[in-house]
Design a protein around this ligand. Structure first.
Ligand SMILES: Nc1ncnc2c1ncn2[C@@H]1O[C@H](COP(=O)(O)OP(=O)(O)OP(=O)(O)O)[C@@H](O)[C@H]1O
Ligand SMILES: [Mg+2]
Length: 354
């Protein structure tokens, strides 16, 4: 699978751009503020129905315009399919092969991608939500049941939290515990199972990039010594006090540590980026081996925060994944991925389209 064509209209600084991508390596280059990251953002919009930079569609729609449009063609085993998305004042609409889709899961299955950008170090240095989303992304692609269970869990959690907020009796809150616990245990079990497969791949990848021994533990969001149901009943006083459910897979985390302690406290920003890249690359490798579907990798300014040697190691690792890569850089650095890289000068593309 690869993205062969992208059209973006009224998207950030683009009135209308069209790009035809190479199956393997693509490099979008241009000056600061020319629109490189916006190209990757348009692709992420096509694959997830949202931006990786903002939750507000009004930030992404071109100034003084009403709706953005992104359209793409995907080639998979010789067959072409199309994805489209419109969002803005008239609301969100998405389509796969011209048919309207309900929800965005269809887009995500048609164009699975990962992104490495200058904020990627936050996967190690930032809060747990990004790490949960990281695990959930893997499970979404390898475990078809996962999304349904996760949605049911979130719905049940929401109901329980509404009761906690409206000061209902504790027995009313606890009526939800059984259902919540069953779903929560299932989510955790799936996360544990995928983690066992992920860990060795990640160790290899982290070693390649950092030459450090790392240790990983999944914190499931409640004590491993107790079942989730028991933990819920044990924390009811806290839940009432904070007016929300304090324990559960919505509080899970991946603890990444080194000999000296938690990675987020003990390694530099560049090292955090490398470790985060190892996590992302390992997730791509794992998903590809499960679903036999290449994952598109968006690489925004891969050199940011990295020295030459680290950049080389990172590029070598991403190339080993056999994914389609769409990268950005200030310079038309053909040597980054070698011969056969398709170059896009973003200023020229904008000029041509006006
Ligand atoms: N909604 C919008 N409408 C029009 N232009 C916008 C909008 N949002 C951002 N821009 C402009 O789009 C331009 C491109 O931004 P982008 O972040 O894609 O640049 P870039 O090439 O990645 O820059 P850098 O090298 O600094 O990372 C910026 O000049 C920005 O001011
Ligand atoms: Mg940028």
């Amino acid at each position: 699978m690869y993205l062969s064509f992208l059209k973006a209209s009224n998207f950030r600084c683009f009135a209308d751009i069209e790009l035809e991508f190479n199956q393997r390596y693509n490099l979008v280059y241009g000056e600061n503020g020319s629109g490189k990251t916006s190209v990757l953002e348009a692709i992420s919009y096509l694959g997830r129905g949202r931006s990786f930079r903002t939750n507000n569609v009004s930030d992404v729609v071109k100034w003084d315009e009403e709706d953005l449009l992104v359209y793409g063609k995907i080639i998979s085993e010789g067959t072409e399919s199309s994805l489209g998305i419109i969002n803005g004042k008239s609301g969100l609409e998405s389509s796969v092969n011209g048919d309207h889709t309900r929800g965005l899961a269809g887009l995500a299955h048609s164009l699975p991608f990962q992104i490495i950008d200058p904020n990627t170090h936050n996967l190690i240095g930032g809060g747990p939500e990004a790490r949960r989303q990281y695990l959930d992304w893997i499970l979404f692609h390898v475990e078809p049941e996962y999304i349904d269970i996760w949605r049911k869990y979130k719905k049940t959690l929401k109901q329980r939290n509404i009761l906690l907020k409206s000061h209902k009796r504790r027995s009313e809150v606890q009526n939800w515990d059984h259902g919540l616990a069953q779903l929560g245990e299932k989510i955790s079990l799936m996360r544990d199972e995928i983690f066992v497969l992920l860990e060795p791949v990640l160790m290899d990848f982290a070693n390649e990039l950092l030459d450090m021994d790392i240790n990983l533990i999944i914190n499931r969001g409640w004590s491993r010594d107790l079942g989730f149901l028991k933990s819920l009943s044990g924390s009811i006083d806290q839940d009432i006090q904070y007016k929300s459910t304090q324990l559960g897979p919505h509080r899970a985390d991946i603890k990444v540590s080194l000999k000296m302690g938690a990675a987020k406290k003990h390694i530099s920003r560049g090292q955090q980026k490398l470790l985060a890249c190892a996590l992302i690359n390992a997730s791509i490798e794992l998903v590809q081996s499960h679903v036999d579907k290449p994952i598109l990798l968006l690489l925004d300014d891969p050199k940011a925060e990295l020295d030459n040697n680290s950049t080389k190691k990172l590029i070598k690792q991403v190339c080993s994944l056999n994914s389609q890569i769409i990268a950005t850089s200030i310079d038309p650095d053909e040597s980054l991925f070698g011969l056969g890289t398709k170059l896009f000068h973003v200023e020229q593309i904008i000029k041509k389209s006006n």
